[in-house]
Design a protein around this ligand. Structure first.
Ligand SMILES: C=C(O[C@@H]1C=C(C(=O)O)C=C[C@H]1O)C(=O)O
Length: 359
């Protein structure tokens, strides 16, 4: 668990935990949900007040009156309260009601102008802010949003991973794309990072394994949508848990340690890592030799004015490597990704010196 996050002044039981309905719908709905969550180690109670929707016509949130209900929730239950802000007016309203924490949604963090406007509205306050990843897996854009908020003087700053928009038909509502939050963690190791499995999954049944995977990847906590009556929720009904289901899940989740004291484990891990280091050196050697050959092909292609890309050969390679990979317990997805990366670099290597860069 991130040491910085522990000092934010929020309740933390086993992990940093945000829970509550997707949307504030009525005073009663919020009270019922918060009543079921209060006193059980929740870091803050979440509810959407303004809902950015993909298409017009769906429920867009209750607006300002929802903030008054949230304020009542806090007074009645002692829970800290947080919501999503998408524009300066939202920030101002939330500051007026003294919300305990805010987050910037994925659609907003995609647009630097919007993030900057929010950052300007936050200037001079010390409210904690969480920045959701932008819609696409763009680590630079995500960092930029964090930096804009940090430059406004916000010190209690973290991020939420909620998956990435994808055109492809897939199991998840938003692709988990773990490599992007992992890369963010490498570039900004101190930054608290929590995962929002509800939005990644879109369906209740998929949430437990994604929540566990997030903890196994050392996320500092989770944000989960909880509704007293999910089937009748105004938004995102398929991904919300009842409070009972939510607590059952939290109980079930395992929190791994980053390290172990066991000398035997440490020794064995060390030996295995040495083997990996050796194999990675071989991989790099092989890749370097492959690129040498590819560059030679580039030269003879240029001399004959033959195209760099050879669709027939590429198709043959993909089919062959996927088939060979299957016999080596390497998944089709993995082989495709590896071969696509290699192919892209081969093309780039062959394109060098193909045009006169001086023009
Ligand atoms: C290396 C070549 O150029 C390109 C790169 C390929 C590769 O990296 O294996 C395959 C086909 C071409 O699209 C080639 O023509 O063989």
């Amino acid at each position: 668990m991130n040491e910085v996050l522990k000092k934010w002044g929020f309740p933390i039981d086993r992990m940093f935990l945000a829970a509550g309905p997707c949307s504030a719908e009525s005073r009663e709905q919020l009270m019922e949900c918060a009543g079921a969550l209060a006193g059980k180690g929740i870091s803050f109670f979440r509810a959407g007040i303004w809902k950015p929707r993909t298409r017009p016509g769906s429920f867009e949130g209750v607006g300002l009156k929802g903030l008054a209900w949230m304020d009542e929730v806090r007074a009645e239950t002692g829970l800290k309260i947080g919501t999503e802000v998408a524009e300066p007016a939202h920030v101002e309203a939330c500051l007026e009601y003294g919300l305990d924490i805010l987050w910037v949604g994925a659609r907003t963090s995609t647009n630097p102008f919007s993030v900057q406007a929010i950052a300007d509205a936050l200037r001079g306050t010390d409210i904690p802010v969480l920045v959701k990843n932008p819609m696409s897996a763009d680590v630079g854009l995500w960092m930029g949003a964090v930096e804009r908020i940090a430059n406004a003087g916000i010190t209690r700053l973290g991020v939420i991973h909620r998956g990435f928009s994808s055109e492809l038909e897939m199991r998840y509502r938003n692709a988990p794309g773990w490599k992007t939050p992992i890369e963010l963690k490498r570039r900004m190791p101190e930054l608290p990072i929590i995962c929002d499995p509800s939005h990644i999954c879109g369906k209740r049944a998929l949430i437990p394994s994604i929540a566990q995977e997030a903890l196994d990847l050392l996320f500092d906590g989770l944000m989960l949508e909880v509704h007293p009556d999910p089937d009748h929720a105004f938004s995102d009904s398929a991904q919300q848990f009842t409070p009972t289901q939510f607590f059952e899940l939290i109980e079930k989740l395992n929190l791994p340690h980053e390290q172990s004291d066991s000398a035997m484990f440490t020794q064995r891990l060390h030996e295995l890592r040495e083997q990996v280091d050796g194999l990675d050196s071989q991989l790099l050697d092989v890749l370097s030799k492959r690129m040498d050959i590819v560059r030679k092909m580039g030269e003879i292609k240029t001399a004959q004015n033959v195209s760099t890309f050879q669709p027939g050969r590429w198709k043959e390679i993909v089919e062959d490597r996927v088939r060979k990979g299957a016999g080596l317990e390497l998944s089709e997805d993995f082989i495709l990704q590896v071969m696509q990366s290699i192919h892209e670099e081969s093309i780039r290597q062959q394109e060098i010196r193909r045009v006169d860069d001086s023009c």
